[in-house]
Design a protein around this ligand. Sequence first.
Ligand code: HXC
Length: 258
Amino acid sequence: MGEYQTILTEVHERVGLIRLNRPRAFNALNAQLMQELTDALSAFDADPAIGAIVITGNEKVFAAGADIKEMAAATAADMLTSGYIDLFDRIRTVSKPIIAAVSGWALGGGFELAMTCDMIVASETAQFGQPEINLGIIPGAGGTQRLTRTVGKYLAMEIVLNDRRLKAEEALRFGLVNRVVPVERYLDEALALAQQLAARAPLALRIAKEAVNRALETSLTEGLAYERRVFYLLFATDDQKEGMAAFLEKRQPQWQGK
Ligand code: HXC
């Protein structure tokens, strides 16, 4: 894993942890941070010793959005050619589950980054919002799309058009986060959830993630056909034989990822 200036990486057993680390800029997601984040995600994704990934900030802020200082003077052509937002698409291609552990602010691109992850564990102090309208722009990394698919049109309109902020408990109620825990525990909770995922059959886990994501992209008929094909495919794996044998022999399965 490379040398990073804007993130910190750690390995906790089979979980790769990435801490966003620009505390003085409230973890604003500048181009360097997004590049380093996606590089670290790719490295963890390629590492067979890692089964799941957690992205976090600090207790006060997950990320306060794209870096306004970096964007302020940009032209449309600069934004188009920089490839900055394309880095969010790279996160989508990661095959292992990614959990966002969010405490404090997750605003703008920070909220979008959390929504790009597969699960969100929030501390009681987490606050989510899309304040871009205050800057004369709109969300650009999925905030109008993923948010609307999750909370529906009417609340999404209020969040995106009028900077309505959601506290952690509201986010839980609207299905935006998986669980809310006291601030002292949010990272441990996310790591424990990630360890559980990392202990599961790797190929089934990967295909399960793909299949759930497919549900957001396609019709029910196509989605069901896709699910059936990848369901059959898993019967070509050693892990399916092992999982069912272990059940019948009343023992724990030993997954090989084959
Ligand atoms: C650059 C930022 C920043 C950001 C905070 N800072 N957010 N720098 N980009 N997005 C910097 C401040 O300039 C300041 O640095 C320091 O962090 C602390 O911020 P304060 O405002 O002094 O702190 P506070 O009063 O506690 O308010 C915290 C805050 C506020 C509520 C998080 O900073 C805020 O509203 N930030 C902007 C949030 C936002 O609009 N996000 C959307 C960005 S656009 P100095 O050096 O002055 O002390 C976006 C588009 C995404 O995300 C599109 C695709 C990815």
